[in-house]
Design a protein around this ligand. Sequence first.
Ligand code: HEC
Length: 166
Amino acid sequence: MLWRSLTLATAVVVCAGTVALADSTAVSEDAGKWFDADDVPTYKFAEDGTADWFTWRGYKKYTANCFQCHGPDGLGSSFAPNLADSLKRIDYYKFTEIVSSGQQNVWHPENSIMPAWGTDKNVMCFLDSIYVYLRGRSDGAIDRGEPKRPAINTAARDEENACLAE
Ligand code: HEC
């Protein structure tokens, strides 16, 4: 019960327009995919701590495609920024634009190149998943390491496969 009342208190703080805290951004759902009040994809955890499919998938796809430069769990490295920090100022739309088209010499003034992933299906078919995972890391809602694995969301997985086959 204590946990529940803390969650409620958190929700009130968020409504007052301050920071987004653990698992407080999801307000609507479509086939297991969660959205915030602005219809932007977000993460959601079940009461037992199990992640939603997209969050878990995002962790896997981040680790496969982004980890090599951005470090474990989005924490950054000497040659690419900490994305948990970046997402405090970069919104969903800007994130999508940067990942699709790349970015150069903004974070660091020289020889700093974020590749464009716009034609790489292993990234683009999972862009929302990677975003919600990093959003959760940025909000402090997701710990380091693999989020608790959910049951397979077959509708989502079918969509992923259709996207990969396009
Ligand atoms: C080959 C190394 C490399 C890989 C792989 C890579 N990035 Fe980057 N990324 C960078 C570098 C370097 C920058 C900083 C570019 C700059 O200085 O403007 C960056 C910047 C970014 C930014 C902007 C951050 C900011 O604060 O301006 C985002 C968002 C981002 N990367 C997301 C991703 C995601 C998501 C993936 C995986 C799909 C990924 N990156 C894979 C090297 C990489």
